[in-house]
Design a protein around this ligand. Structure first.
Ligand code: ADP
Length: 235
């Protein structure tokens, strides 16, 4: 699935969160969007997932406008954001079985798919835990397992490493690389420069709502650090 934003601008009142940002995410690639707090990364992800309409510009999926109500979009696209969307009163496995059903996965075999998905992010032992009893990092693992359930063709991830310990973060890195290698389009928003660079086929740096850099990940991330720290020194 190809996802493209063209000249997208977004405002919150007087705040210009995004200004004429264009991004192309192609199948079988990871695009990492990095930048300091307030750069517009989450807004970009919200716009590219169809959660928010841009005030100007367009977002298309395979050349067509995004239609979030389209069952195919819901089945093929997974979003991980700050809100896990999990039901606190249900166990991790119950949550995943519920979402597997919504995604149209047949009941038969769902238990295996759920178990595999939890195991892929090191959350197998959390299957029978009620989500309300999980730590932030544990809930994040379950949220990621949910996103990976239905073999998505497009993964949109907002700070997916936040709250994860090194082991879980390493597992996730491997899972995302494997999904990319199987043709999935991955758009990753993170301030974890090391992981962003390791995973990415393309890096986009946002600062104050504008795209400041776009290209292949540098072998020396110093150039990116310079782009990012320029923002801090202006504050
Ligand atoms: P990032 O994810 O890079 O930290 P955001 O996209 O969250 O950046 O925010 C970009 C800018 O938009 C910031 O100045 C932020 O304060 C502002 N902003 C984000 N969400 C809202 C909102 N719901 N209402 C008002 N301003 C917002």
């Amino acid at each position: 699935m190809t996802l493209e934003a063209r000249c997208v601008s977004c405002r919150y009142g007087a705040t210009r969160a995004l200004e004429e940002v264009s991004i192309l995410a192609e199948p079988g690639s990871v695009v990492s969007v990095v930048g300091p707090n307030g750069a517009g990364k989450s807004t970009l992800l919200r716009v590219m997932s169809g959660e928010r309409r841009p005030d100007a510009g367009s977002v298309t999926q395979d050349g067509r406008p995004i239609l979030r109500s389209d069952p195919e979009w819901r089945r093929r696209v997974s979003v991980v954001s700050h809100r896990t969307g999990l039901y606190l009163g249900l166990t991790a496995a119950e949550n995943l079985r519920f979402f597997a059903g919504l995604n149209g996965l047949p009941r038969r075999g769902a238990a295996e798919v759920v178990a595999e998905s939890l195991a892929s992010v090191g959350a197998a032992t959390l299957a029978d835990r009620r989500v309300s009893t999980l730590s932030r990092g544990q809930a994040q693992r379950v949220s990621l397992a949910r996103a990976l359930l239905s073999d998505p063709r497009l993964l949109l991830l907002d700070e997916p490493f936040a709250g994860l310990d090194d082991e879980a973060a390493g597992l996730l890195e491997g899972v995302l690389a494997a999904r990319r290698d199987s043709g999935c389009t991955v758009l990753l928003v993170t301030h974890d420069l090391g992981r962003a660079v390791r995973l990415a086929d393309r890096i986009v740096v946002l600062r104050r709502g504008r795209k400041r850099y776009e290209g292949a990940p540098p072998t020396d991330p110093g150039a990116l650090v310079a782009h990012l720290s320029a923002e801090s020194s202006q504050r």
